[in-house]
Design a protein around this ligand. Structure first.
Ligand SMILES: [Zn+2]
Length: 409
């Protein structure tokens, strides 16, 4: 088994946000074997002198869509599957080079990507998938034209489509079972309208309470949880009350609902990057849609303050679409830093995200036994999280013990 020794490092603990100097951190077989305060025998092992820079866990993004490379979801759903996959490979590699060693795809990615990453065919972050997202007929991700009465089943086989259309309790139960069978590690639902120009107004809810409760029950049967796309307070309240565990976007959450999220152990996944890049998409929006998007952006900042006040754990999310926008992923650190302390922003992309994924025993912090998914960075991100917005500050990127980038030597 390959052993690498990282010597002369300052290790940032993402829980306490304290920094401790170690003489060396030994990596073995893709894991952190030990952290030592005394020099070790180097005899033939790969040794990297980290020059006292900060070692921290690889970043985690809990809201991505690796299959999204077009301006619109409608257009994306019509692309050839091979083109979608080829672009996704590039998108995934870009994420890893920005320091993201784990990402959660919240609609679209299938098991083939997980296999391709595991075998090394795609060099990208570890991927957590939900398969297609569950959406009701006429819901926010039913991308068929209004005059298209085809059976929506075909959308399940378009790689660039994110949705699995299902209605009524028996169908939603079956849809969950189909996604789980195909490799889903959690279930995603569309529980609200949205901001997309071709989508459904934000005032619409989606799925009946009976349907949501059935989806939650099926997810629990499969030992997993449900994530919901929800903007309005009404949509969020309903999901939280019915047992949904992670609320995506969470833009118009009220203080009362935030307190309920805290009581129920929910996570919020704000996605500022997608709102901050709306101007790039504005050519496809009417002035009224643009005004609403602007309002959503302001509310999304306010929501983070409300969630922090209520003590709701927040995880890092970006929700970027067009292939030319994915590089804004790292800017999420800067956006969040406008309203949250550096410590909270850092934890959203490390320890909180690991807990959301139920993987805190192996990722999200630096400890013996953890996966060797590591970054060596300039400065201290617990004091200034915007450092993570600049990939140039990442002098070393290590995934599963393999050095992906090294500019420290
Ligand atoms: Zn999304």
């Amino acid at each position: 088994m390959k052993t690498t020794v990282l010597k002369n490092v300052r290790v940032l603990d993402t829980e306490s946000c304290e920094v401790t100097h170690y003489d060396n951190v030994v990596l073995n077989g893709g894991r952190i074997a030990e952290l030592n305060h005394a020099p070790v025998q180097e005899d033939g092992r790969e040794v990297i002198d980290c020059k006292g820079l900060t070692l921290m866990p690889g970043l985690i993004d809990c809201h991505v869509h690796i299959n999204m490379s077009s301006w619109s979801t409608v257009q994306n759903a019509t692309l050839p599957n091979s083109l979608v996959a080829a672009r996704a490979a590039r998108i995934l590699n870009g994420m890893l080079m920005r320091g993201f060693t784990t990402v959660r795809d919240v609609g679209g990615a299938d098991r083939g990507y997980v296999m391709a990453i595991e075998e090394g065919t795609i060099v990208g972050p570890d991927l957590v998938i939900c398969g297609k997202m569950l959406c009701q007929t006429g819901g926010h991700q039913d991308v068929r034209a209004k005059w298209d009465e085809q059976d929506p089943e075909y959308l399940r086989f378009q790689l660039g489509s994110k949705s699995h259309i299902c209605d009524g309790v028996p169908e939603v139960r079956k849809a969950v079972r189909q996604e789980i069978r195909a490799g889903a590690q959690f279930i995603k639902i569309i529980a609200n309208g949205g901001l997309a120009p071709t989508g459904v107004p934000i005032t619409h809810l989606a799925f009946s309470e009976e349907e949501i409760a059935a989806i939650v029950e099926e997810a629990i049967i499969a030992d997993t949880y449900v994530a919901a796309h929800a903007y309005t307070d009404k949509a969020i309240e309903r999901c939280v009350r019915l047992g949904v565990r992670t609320i995506e976007h969470c833009v118009f959450v009220s203080e009362k609902t935030a307190r309920m999220m805290k009581e129920k152990g929910c996570f919020a996944v704000p996605t500022m990057a997608t709102f901050e890049t709306l101007e790039d998409k504005s050519s496809s929006m009417t002035p009224e849609q643009q005004a609403r998007a602007q309002q959503a952006r302001e509310s999304a900042y306010n929501a983070m303050v409300i969630l922090k006040e209520a003590g709701v754990p927040m995880a890092f999310g970006t929700d970027l679409t067009h292939i030319s926008l994915h590089y804004h992923q790292s800017d999420e650190f800067t956006y969040r830093s406008r309203v949250l302390p550096a410590k909270d922003v850092l934890q959203s992309a490390t320890i909180n995200a690991a807990r959301l994924l139920r993987k805190e025993h192996e990722i999200g912090n630096v400890f013996a036994g953890a996966k060797a998914n590591l970054l060596l960075v300039e400065g201290n991100p617990a004091e200034d999280a915007t450092l993570l917005s600049k990939p140039v500050n990442m002098r070393l990127i290590i995934k599963n013990g393999e050095v992906i980038k090294n500019t420290v030597a």
